[in-house]
Write a protein that binds this ligand. Structure first.
Ligand code: AFP
Length: 335
């Protein structure tokens, strides 16, 4: 079966579905090319002097891995000169990065987590890159952080690359979810699945159980029912997976269903959760909804949340619609 390329898919979305503008097509192709370069760097492993700590901390106060820095630099360099962006933001940078004055500017804002799951990189477990695309507000030529603070419903595109046994690019421009596999011989992403759908029901959940004692009551109830299995109120057994790379857990759910949870917990009451809204939760929520799933923060639809900070954290429940709706309903019950 001859697979169409990412470029052909984007051309069809531009001319047939009339869903995207040329600059957005260029943006996505640039990000895909950067993900190919990141995949090559990761693939070298210990042979490429890319593993281990970078002996530096990022804005989150987390020790950076060398590949966090490498992936961030690849994405920044690839995107600054093309003329498609007004500015970009990264998990690794405290403030948005402006487009240098020597380059033309465009109408889009790009946000990304350059290397998600970096605590897994040194043990050879799948990691990824997550990205989100917004429009720069009309008439704004030098966007600042406030121009990025748009709800997830304003995203014009979202995607992730997962660097696993194969390297995949998963993308939505609002017309369903497409999966591209990197053909390493050709050096190009080719379409291997389109209009992916997440089953509404599942018997598989993903959560870091070691935080259980700090969960709030609705999550305690929901997970204990899953663990009780056929002997409990659900009447069936469930399985658990936790890769601790969001891209890997979300891709499994996109592929066969499931529910992914990173709730807020009382371990650090000041933190609203671990995952970041703008460049982890929102892009994944757009993808999951485009695939027929659901995504909430336990109380409301994630894509409706009005951001208050570029690096704000939020609780995440996403995946098979019926399970996300159940655990969200538990948050709305009294007591
Ligand atoms: P790192 O990038 O620091 O490894 O964090 C990955 C992540 O943001 C997300 O990809 C995982 O789902 C989650 O954190 C794992 O968190 P725990 O290590 O607390 O399970």
């Amino acid at each position: 079966m001859s697979h169409i390329s990412l470029t052909r898919y984007l051309i069809d979305e531009q001319y047939q579905a009339r869903r995207i503008q040329p600059d957005l097509r260029l943006l996505i192709e640039v990000v895909a090319r950067a993900c190919k370069a990141i995949s090559v760097a990761i693939g070298k492993g210990a042979l490429g002097n890319v593993l281990g700590s970078a002996d530096a901390e990022n804005v989150q106060g987390e020790v950076q891995k060398k590949l966090d820095v490498i992936a961030n630099e690849i994405l920044l360099e690839a995107n600054e000169w093309g003329g498609h962006l007004a500015a970009l933001a990264s998990e690794e940078l405290e403030h948005p990065s402006p487009i240098p004055n020597r380059y033309p500017k465009g109408e889009y804002l790009l946000l990304f987590d350059p290397l998600d799951g970096s605590s897994n990189i040194d043990v050879n477990v799948s990691v990824g890159t997550i990205f989100s695309v917004l429009r720069c507000p009309e008439g704004v030529t030098d966007p600042d952080e406030s121009d990025f603070l748009q709800p997830g419903t304003r995203q014009v595109a979202a995607g992730y690359a997962v660097y696993g046994p194969s390297t995949l690019l998963v993308l939505t421009v609002g017309d369903g979810v497409a999966v591209f596999t990197l053909d390493r011989e050709q050096g190009s992403f080719v379409l291997t699945a389109d209009r992916v759908q997440i089953p509404a029901d599942t018997r598989e959940f993903a959560i870091n159980m070691s935080n259980q004692r700090w969960w709030q009551p609705p999550v305690q109830r929901y997970v204990s029912e899953l663990v009780a299995g056929r002997d409990g109120p659900r009447g069936v057994d469930f399985n658990m997976r936790w890769v601790a790379s969001m891209v890997a857990d979300v891709h499994r759910i996109l592929s066969r269903g499931g529910i992914f949870m990173y709730p807020r917990d009382n371990k650090d009451p000041a933190k609203a959760g671990r995952l970041r809204l703008m460049y982890e939760a929102n892009p994944m929520a757009m993808i999951v909804e485009q695939a027929g799933g659901a995504a909430t923060d336990g109380h409301q639809r994630l894509l409706d949340v009005q951001p208050t900070g570029l690096h704000q954290r939020i609780a995440v429940f996403l995946g098979s619609r019926n399970e996300v709706e159940r655990v969200t309903a538990y948050h709305h019950e009294p007591g």
